[in-house]
Design a binder for this molecule. Structure first.
Ligand code: NBX
Length: 836
């Protein structure tokens, strides 16, 4: 009858002791002082910014926990269907500022810290990034958590608690990248709640013996303990605080007592560290498959712990297994968690006695798979011998799934051996491989790409046979989005406030319905507004100029056009094209008289991004960028006309400074290679324009903002295959294909930017194979850059109008829209408001 009995003791005493949400400035100062004194055991006289940050963070954490508890309790009581986002990466960045904005407490904390003698912005700056991801895929997961909580969806994330995040990037004296570890947990992390009581055993290696009916018994090997750490995820202006559960690995029995007793202390400790190695470090590769045993163990460990947790929660509702998909949907962020498919089968069949066919029906209703790339070198495939060694039972299950699947293919297309070989989960050869994208596809209810063009390519290329088999309706598109809380309100408060004034809607309204930005359109004709808008951009550029001056000692003039390309360094993303374009600009400027040069529109070209430590060509390119920048910046003729900056150690918090300061940003991948891109959306949302190829989400951005407001260039996806064929079989020298580019390559080869032998491998890839078609797109790239210059110089007011129209039309690219599409079209979960 809904009446509840207080579990123990005196209810009034309990309730009186419970913490409400403090929101007056004096509540907050009291809480901060308490944490300084009692939690940190420090005092005002020895408190630095880091200490003050920690105390402030602890007091915010108190609020988050109250709301987290309430949210989880209400989910447990009502048992709505839940969705789980499995991602090996969550690139969260900093938390304090975001939490304050989402909780609506920023003004109060500003006043409170001021009263205590601190400046809130300095404390926000003292936090280190949580860099538990490589790039777009990991940051997308973080944006989706923010949107899930803001849209009041019962959505949890599951990931790994890496002790070392993505490496820190240093630049050596010779200009090359050096990697340093990122021990981000060394300074206590107030944003996690250790749950020593939430643990699961996970097995590796050992022996799997079939016992009939598709079942098996798996014994022996190594057992590792998964321990939960919970990270609260507050929604913006809601009561919802969702959960990101990260698993840490611990040895199962502390010490191995047998060897301990035998006096072999060394071995006992080694056993220990091998379990802990599992969650030691994030693999620093993006868009590249690396067949390392430890990586496979990370995947299996995380999937097994997460599924055990999900199943334990499902058991609370006491429903038959057939109803599992009515309570649970699981999104696979790329193929990294694909092993969850055979793992769920194993748990249902071997441990819960569910018949194989029923288990497969449950599994294929539960999972959903997002693909993030069609690049062949990035598609995951695991050597069969490795999988057999580490996960013997999972390999059996994969073989059984494959057998049933290929029989169904054979029934549909009898005697088509080639098709069977193409579609098999096992790639034949020496060794054999398990094709994870195929397993994810047949084990999921839906498969999606991350932008229209990309989803089209998924259907037409890598999964074509599977579309023929399952039908089109299983294959969908969900164009990516970004959270406007972090990527507008938080990183660009000036612009966010101006928008709020203009459209006369409270932030709490338009930041949750980004299509309301449309109301900005008429202001593109308002000359007073144009001035205010331009001033905000100018101030953001000054802020970036200050950062560059203090950290790199380079002076940049905020009157220049700020041209930014920040993303992982990868051949397909073509930072090479940008750099070669910069050198071309340099040569052109050098050929002018100084009076001619004075008339030129000044440009600051900014690069940032990390290269995977084992990616030779990407690291070589960084070295060339840095040394080209040194040459150009040291040339007195270029002063205030062309400046080139490589910003080291690109990160989420650096992106928050860079993005609001851009006039133009570059998204110039070879057509058909960038699945979506998400920083393109962030730049446009902050009033920067795009210089890009007809690729990924650039296309949809142009559809929304009007192609007049985007600078497109380059060959289209359709042309790429033929061009590559030409390069291979009918090569034409660069001198003929693009004389301008040939002149640039010649400068590098003559040593203008340092010892040319160092850079020869880079020049050779362009001259000899040019897989990513730099030569084919170079001339149109240079043309597009001229258009940018003309547009910026000839009519600054027209430029500002373009940026206002662009911002006003970016509504589609909120991650709120994306997450609601997943919720409604895939997961079938509902919004669930938390009442206080
Ligand atoms: O995912 C990126 C794509 O390249 C972007 O086009 C897209 O916008 C973004 C979000 O959908 N992919 C990506 O970041 N991949 C990885 O970081 C990655 C990491 C590890 C790995 C493979 C890929 N083994």
């Amino acid at each position: 009858d809904g009446k509840e009995i207080w579990p123990r003791g005196d209810e009034k005493t309990w309730k009186a002791g419970m913490r409400g949400i403090p929101n007056t400035v004096s509540d907050i100062t009291n809480a901060i002082v308490y944490h300084v004194q009692s939690t940190l055991a420090r005092q005002a006289y020895n408190l630095d910014n880091l200490g003050a940050y920690q105390a402030v963070a602890l007091s915010v954490r108190d609020d988050l926990i109250v709301k987290w508890n309430e949210t989880q309790m209400q989910y447990t009581r009502k048992q709505p269907k839940r969705a789980y986002y499995l991602s090996l990466e969550f690139l969260m960045g900093r938390t304090l500022d975001n939490a304050l904005l989402n909780l609506g407490l920023k003004q109060q904390y500003k006043a409170a810290t001021h009263k205590l003698g601190f400046n809130l912005e300095d404390l926000i700056d003292a936090e280190r990034d949580a860099a538990l991801g490589n790039g777009g895929l990991g940051r997308l997961a973080a944006c989706y958590l923010d949107s899930g909580a803001t849209m009041e969806l019962p959505l949890w994330g599951y990931g790994l608690r890496y002790h070392y995040g993505l490496f820190a990037q240093h630049i050596a004296p010779d200009g090359s990248q050096l990697e340093a570890p990122d021990p981000w947990l060394d300074t206590d992390n107030p944003w996690e709640i250790p749950r020593q009581d939430v643990t699961y055993d996970v097995r590796f290696y050992g022996h799997a013996e079939r016992i009939g009916n598709g079942k098996a018994v798996w014994t022996g090997g190594q057992e590792v303990l998964a321990v939960a750490y919970d990270v609260p995820i507050p929604g913006y202006s809601t009561n919802t605080v969702n959960n990101l559960r990260l698993w840490d690995a611990k040895p199962k029995r502390g010490f191995d007592l047998n060897s301990f007793n035998a006096g072999d202390y060394d071995r006992a400790i080694q056993e220990n560290s091998s379990a802990e190695t599992l969650t030691r470090v994030l693999y620093p590769n993006d868009n590249h498959m690396l067949g390392k045993e430890l990586r496979l163990k990370q995947q299996a460990f995380w999937c097994a712990a997460s599924l055990s947790d999900i199943i334990r929660r499902f058991k609370q509702v006491e429903k038959p297994w057939s109803e599992f998909p009515e309570y649970v949907s699981i999104q696979l962020n790329d193929t990294h968690p694909t092993i969850a498919i055979p793992e769920l089968m194993r748990m249902l069949v071997d441990e819960e006695d569910v018949p194989w066919g029923d288990a497969w029906a449950i599994t294929t209703k539960t999972f959903f798979y997002t693909n993030h790339t069609v690049l062949p070198e990035a598609l995951e495939k695991w050597p069969v011998p490795l999988m057999e060694h580490v996960l013997p039972r999972h390999l059996q299950i994969i073989y059984d799934i494959n057998m049933a699947f290929l029989q169904a293919v054979e029934r549909k297309w009898p005697n088509d051996r080639e098709r069977l070989a193409r579609m098999s989960l096992i790639q034949e050869g020496e060794p054999k491989y398990v094709r994870m994208a195929f397993l994810a596809t047949i084990g999921s209810a839906k498969v999606n790409g991350v932008a229209e063009l990309h989803s089209h390519l998924v259907r037409e290329t890598i999964l074509r046979d599977f579309v023929d088999f399952f039908g089109k309706s299983k294959f969908a598109n969900v164009t990516n989005g970004v959270t406007p809380r972090r990527w507008l309100d938080q990183c660009n408060p000036g612009l966010s406030n101006l928008i709020t004034d203009a459209i006369q809607k409270p932030k709490a309204v338009w930041l949750k319905d980004l299509t309301l930005l449309k109301a900005l359109e008429p202001f593109a004709e308002d000359s007073v507004f144009l001035k205010k808008w331009a001033l905000i951009k100018h101030n953001n550029k000054k802020h970036l100029a200050d950062y560059i001056k203090t950290h790199l000692g380079i002076t940049v003039n905020p009157q220049s056009l700020f041209d930014i390309q920040i993303k992982r360094i990868h051949e397909y993303k073509r930072q090479s094209l940008n750099l070669l374009g910069v050198i071309h600009r340099y040569l052109t400027l050098k050929a002018m008289t100084s009076t001619e040069r004075k008339k030129v529109n000044p440009r600051v070209v900014i690069f940032g991004g990390k290269a995977a430590p084992g990616y030779f060509m990407a690291k070589l390119l960084i070295r060339l960028i840095v040394n080209t920048a040194r040459t150009i910046n040291a040339d007195a003729d270029m002063k205030d006309i062309l400046t080139v900056v490589f910003v080291p150690d690109y990160s989420v918090s650096l992106a928050e400074i860079l993005i609001p300061a851009s006039d133009i940003s570059q998204h110039i991948s070879t057509a058909g290679t960038e699945a979506s891109g998400t920083s393109n959306m962030k730049f446009c949302l902050n009033g920067g324009l795009l210089l890009g190829t007809v690729d990924g989400a650039n296309i949809e951005i142009a559809e929304e903002v009007d192609s007049n407001n985007v600078f497109f260039f380059g060959h289209l996806t359709d042309a790429v295959e033929d061009l590559r064929h030409q390069h291979k079989y009918h090569p034409i020298p660069v001198e003929e294909r693009s004389p301008a580019l040939a002149a640039v390559l010649k400068e590098i080869e003559e040593g203008r930017f340092g010892d040319p032998t160092i850079y020869q491998p880079f020049v050779d890839t362009i001259r000899l194979s040019d897989y990513y078609l730099v030569t084919d797109d170079f001339d149109s790239y240079v043309e597009a850059n001229k258009m940018v210059d003309d547009a910026y110089v000839k009519d600054p007011e027209e430029w500002t109008k373009k940026t206002i129209l662009t911002v006003s039309r970016m509504g589609k690219f909120s991650s709120d829209r994306a997450i609601m599409t997943y919720a409604e079209e895939f997961w079938n979960i509902e919004q669930f408001a938390i009442k206080f």
